[in-house]
Design a protein around this ligand. Structure first.
Ligand SMILES: NC(=O)c1ccc[n+]([C@@H]2O[C@H](COP(=O)([O-])OP(=O)(O)OC[C@H]3O[C@@H](n4cnc5c(N)ncnc54)[C@H](O)[C@@H]3O)[C@@H](O)[C@H]2O)c1
Ligand SMILES: O=C(O)C[C@H](O)C(=O)O
Ligand SMILES: [Mg+2]
Length: 607
């Protein structure tokens, strides 16, 4: 009876009175080793007694706030960003609440460590830094047991048990979101083999910290089909499948087996494709869009964030989308995703025809300007390839270049907007930027390549070479640039897909939608663009700060849910009313707070 009394007393205590308790039968060391339930020094006196934690932990009881102070000091003591990243990974593995509470409270400082750019190092050094596996490793040689492996993750995922009649997050499917990479095109650093798991776990962490998705309902996956990365092959500590990267029919079969297993085992879960290679990303998205809810972050997420930044920029320049002349440098997964997203918006918002909208783009890849005569054009590149005739009208000086490079194109086209997704560091050099700035009052410049070392132009340089006139957004975080004329700081918008994918994902799962449609993505873009600080002040950044992503995600998710309901793809019974939608989304959101613990009833009866 004593324990029952203590439980009731604890439930009435003021600090926990509004929190729904969680039931568990774990005790002692077993409880401390469960990162979802472990509170470390924050177990209350009563919990320590009931759950036999006494003796496993020093005496004093500390609040979550005090734990955060200690964890932050330990974080600061790590000598490099990669060691800080490793520290955060261990913390996540020990105490999920403390990890997310710390990260969420200092998102601005933690994001560049947890995510881009440091995640690039974590991926490439994965086998050297490995401590404990987090995530799901599906390797080609063990494909015959893939279903059992996925099922085993579903079984191992912690499921909350709330007392009867209280909120229940335990729905019929074990996971809401599956983040998957095959590691062939990690950021701009290419094939990274099994280390790609860290991009999946990082993207998953942002769904949690950035949109309040329950971390226990996201599965992070790497599809290990081998690697063509010689450095990894030469590393005796490499932990992945040491085999040349599997391609062709065997690769397609493996991916198909994965997708079909997800559809059957986790029905309705959103599949988030991340950093697949150029030859697979668009093809897989097209294949599986009609089959299950799926989304490619590098194509659709990047396109969406770039479109939001563009909408914001044209608000400053007081022009229309259809007035833009856009040069896209690097016509790969992200470059084509951005062009497609902006092109589709020109059609929907400004009423252009497809042909008219395509004609606003000049895309450049390794062979130079994409021309219709180029036999190597692929996928969306065909839409944007220019007529060879057009180039014949350009000046002799330009025409005589062996293949049309960025400076030639900028001279001839006089673009209003220059987007970089090339991985070609510093390719927007002084000549390119100054030439662009000669012809346009407020040049819109988006060097989107990640990580930081691959950026097409340092925003400080772009700012200086345009006398502070450029409207800039980058893929990685940069410090403010000084306006050379006014001396004021210009804050650089971070146009990273992390600003939008968490909200898009949250909206999709909150609407229990059968797909993530173009309309839902566009609704999310408009919500993000409407939160732009530049709407109020033309010298402010083009996008809200990534550190405020959680607030923005709620607005994005609400727009997505509303649109899903309008399109008839939502599976919820809800009034089409803004307050009701926000309430519904908030109800499902997860917060990093310690909930009171209750013993499973069978454990109580043994008293
Ligand atoms: N800001 C963001 O949110 C975001 C999102 C996705 C990708 N990215 C970044 O964009 C870059 C590209 O990613 P991706 O997924 O599109 O890769 P990708 O390999 O699919 O595309 C890169 C393209 O650039 C071309 N290219 C390479 N070198 C070039 C050169 N010297 N001149 C012209 N073209 C060249 C390639 O041929 C390829 O078509 C990466 O650095 C990635 O980190 C940023
Ligand atoms: O991961 C990022 O930082 C953004 C994007 O998905 C990328 O591949 O660069
Ligand atoms: Mg990516």
């Amino acid at each position: 009876m004593h324990r029952r009394f203590l439980q009731q007393k604890r439930l009435q205590s003021s600090s926990t009175k509004n929190l729904i308790p969680i039931r568990t039968s774990l005790k002692g060391a077993g409880l401390l080793q469960q990162p979802v339930l472990n509170k470390g020094s924050a177990f209350s006196r009563e919990e320590r007694e009931i759950f036999q934690v006494d003796g496993h932990i020093p005496y004093d009881v500390h609040s979550l706030e005090k734990q955060m102070v200690r964890a932050y000091a330990q974080f600061k003591r790590q000598p490099s960003n990669i060691l800080k990243h490793a520290f955060l990974a261990s913390l996540r593995d020990q105490n999920q609440i403390l990890f997310y509470a710390l990260v969420s409270s200092r998102l601005k400082e933690m994001l560049p460590v947890l995510y881009t750019p440091t995640v690039g190092e974590a991926v490439s050094q994965y086998s050297d830094l490995f401590r404990r596996p987090i995530g799901c490793f599906l390797s080609l040689p063990t494909a015959h047991t893939m279903r059992e492996q996925l099922q085993s993750h579903a079984n191992a995922a912690f499921r909350y048990k709330y007392p009867p009649g209280m909120k229940n997050s335990d729905t019929e499917r074990p996971f809401d979101i599956v983040v998957v990479t095959d590691s062939e095109g990690i950021l701009g650093i290419g094939d990274q083999g099994v280390g790609g798991i860290s991009i999946s776990t990082s993207k998953a962490a942002l769904y949690v910290a950035g949109a309040g998705v329950d971390p226990n309902r996201i599965l992070s996956v790497v599809l290990d089909v081998g690697t063509d990365n010689h450095t990894l092959f030469a590393n005796p500590l490499y932990m992945g499948y040491k085999h040349v990267r599997t391609r062709g029919v065997a690769y397609d079969h493996f991916v198909h087996q994965f997708m079909m297993n997800i559809k059957e085992l986790f029905p309705g879960a959103l599949v988030h494709f991340e950093d697949f290679g150029l030859n697979n990303a668009a093809r897989l998205l097209e294949t599986y869009k009609p089959v299950l809810p799926c989304f490619n972050d590098d194509i659709e997420g990047t396109g969406a964030v770039a479109l939001a930044a563009t909408m914001s920029a044209i608000g400053v320049t007081k022009s229309k989308l259809c007035d833009q002349r856009i040069v896209v440098y690097g016509a790969g997964t992200a470059g084509m995703g951005i062009a497609n997203q902006i092109r589709d918006a020109m059609i929907e918002v400004d009423g252009l025809t497809l042909e008219e909208a395509n004609s606003r783009f000049w895309c450049i890849d390794r062979d130079g300007l994409l021309l219709k005569s180029n036999p190597r054009l692929q996928g969306s590149q065909h839409d944007y390839a220019r007529d060879d005739e057009e180039v014949r009208d350009w000046t002799r000086e330009i025409q005589e270049q062996p293949n049309l490079r960025i400076l030639d194109v900028v001279k001839a086209v006089k673009p209003t907007m220059l987007v970089g997704c090339s991985t070609n560091a510093r390719s927007f050099n002084e000549d390119v930027i100054r030439t662009m700035a000669e012809h346009v009052e407020r040049p819109i410049i988006f060097p989107m390549s990640n990580p930081t070392s691959l950026v097409e132009v340092d925003p400080a340089d772009a700012n200086e070479w345009t006398d502070g006139r450029a409207l800039i957004a980058t893929g990685s975080p940069f410090p403010p640039a000084k306006n050379p004329i006014t001396g004021k700081d210009y804050f650089i918008a971070e146009a990273n897909n992390a600003l939008i994918y968490p909200g898009l994902g949250l909206g999709t799962i909150a609407s229990r939608s059968s797909k993530m449609s173009k309309g839902m993505i566009l609704a999310g873009v408009k919500a993000l663009a409407s939160a732009s600080p530049a709407l109020e002040d033309p010298d402010a950044p083009l996008l809200p700060d990534l550190a405020g992503v959680r607030k923005v995600s709620l607005q994005i998710a609400a727009a997505v849910v509303r649109q899903a309901m309008e399109e008839g793809v939502a599976n919820i019974n809800l009034k089409k009313d803004d307050d009701a939608i926000i309430e519904h989304i908030k109800f499902g959101m997860w917060d990093p707070v310690y909930r009171p613990l209750e013993l499973e009833p069978e454990d109580l009866t043994s008293d």
